[in-house]
Design a protein around this ligand. Structure first.
Ligand SMILES: [Zn+2]
Length: 392
């Protein structure tokens, strides 16, 4: 596994590929009107909105920017802050528009417009260097306000199978009889470029300041892997996988309770960290409370609120259960393997996936979905899980 990498990138090639593969590529001013030299000095940047915690655990929105696919050892060397705002200080209009974010966005767009024009770089006067917004990633809670969206992944107004309310990006549905089924990775009936552009455009605010930034396109807004994978399905999966190991793996059969077994499993995790050179402190201890299982909330076990910890724990489970012949542990083994494999493909890829990498990622994601779907569709699983923990 590799977590830090820095690749030398030709920006001319970046823009050429964007023209071929991205909805926003062909009409971007870099491709439409820049000279070859300007194109080679047009540095694509990403803005990233995240939720952080301030004093007394108050929610903060942290907005930063970075150069696309440029990473250094320490986050402070490649992610530059734009602003942090306490959620409680944000002002809203009577229609629910986040006025604070709109004012911030207006100022940001003015700055980005200036940085996108050649000859404006104060550090290299007369040179062609520019900064070009290409990607926006973020926590969907703020992303939805930032884009003034009608619907977002955090807001499903309807579960009706045929209505186009499933996704903020396209008209995909959950109806298996439709040719736009959201899980269809092969024929991708939901990907009609013109239709996707229309849906995206119709979903965001009419008066959004970003609309006035040359070359901006709603499809630049992408899901953050950390949120959707590591704090989504990985967080949901890892707690149950760890508890399944404690309950069914022969190494823990002599343990007298969940916490003893989980503590022993944590020692196994630490040995794995030593072998692979990973930092043990990402998970100091494992117990029922840590997995969110207690008699008060009485909920499914889940992983931690740190995405990277969930990622490490799943990679450990994939290794720990490798080659298991225990029927009870085959589902968690395949799930941990599929999620880890998917993540490895994405982390080791360049800016764009090759055809082989894309197929590989789609295959492991497909497997991941099947396993999760199989777990969720066993109708009594929730009630069975509850009695398991309460009897302890
Ligand atoms: Zn969709």
């Amino acid at each position: 596994m590799k977590y830090q990498k820095s690749r030398s990138t030709s920006w001319s090639e970046f823009w050429q590929r964007a023209e071929q593969h991205e909805l926003w590529g062909p009409n971007h001013p870099v491709n439409r009107r820049m000279t070859p030299s300007q194109k080679g000095h047009a540095v694509p940047i990403a803005i990233h909105g995240d939720e952080g915690q301030g004093k007394k655990q108050r929610s903060l929105m942290v907005l930063s920017w970075s150069i696309v696919n440029h990473r250094k050892r320490h986050i402070l060397l490649y992610k530059y802050p734009i602003t942090t705002i306490r959620s409680i200080n944000m002002a809203f209009s009577s229609e629910g528009v986040n006025l604070t974010l709109m004012a911030l966005q207006k100022a940001l767009v003015e700055n980005l417009q200036f940085a996108a024009e050649p000859n404006n770089c104060p550090l290299a006067p007369g040179k062609d260097f520019t900064l070009q917004l290409a990607i926006a990633k973020g926590d969907w809670k703020f992303q939805a306000s930032w884009l003034n969206e009608v619907r977002s992944y955090a807001n499903h107004p309807s579960t009706s199978a045929d209505r186009p309310v499933f996704c903020r990006r396209c008209l995909c549905t959950a109806n298996v009889n439709s040719n736009k089924h959201w899980l269809d990775m092969k024929d991708r009936g939901w990907f009609e470029p013109a239709e996707v552009s229309d849906v995206l455009d119709g979903n965001i605010g009419r008066a959004l300041p970003l609309r006035s930034l040359s070359g901006w396109h709603a499809d630049m807004a992408a899901a953050d892997t950390l949120h959707s994978l590591w704090l989504g399905c990985a967080k949901d999966a890892i707690g149950s996988a760890l508890m399944d190991i404690c309950e069914f793996h022969e190494a823990f059969s002599s343990c007298t309770g969940w916490d003893e077994a989980l503590s022993q499993l944590c020692c196994e995790f630490h040995s794995w960290c030593d072998e692979t050179g990973m930092e043990k402190h990402n998970c100091d201890e494992l117990n029922l409370t840590k997995l969110g299982v207690n008699s008060i909330t009485f909920d499914f076990p889940s992983g931690t609120s740190k995405g990277f910890t969930n990622r490490l724990l799943l990679a450990f489970v994939a290794k720990f259960l490798q080659g298991t012949t225990n029927d009870k542990l085959k589902v968690p083994a395949v799930l941990a393997w599929a999620v880890t494999d998917y993540a490895n493909v994405l982390e080791n890829a360049g800016i764009w996936l090759t055809e082989a990498e894309a197929l590989h990622a789609a295959d492991s994601r497909w497997l991941m979905h099947i396993v999760i779907w199989r777990c969720l569709s066993s109708d009594k699983s929730y009630r069975i899980s509850r009695t398991r923990y309460v009897n302890d």
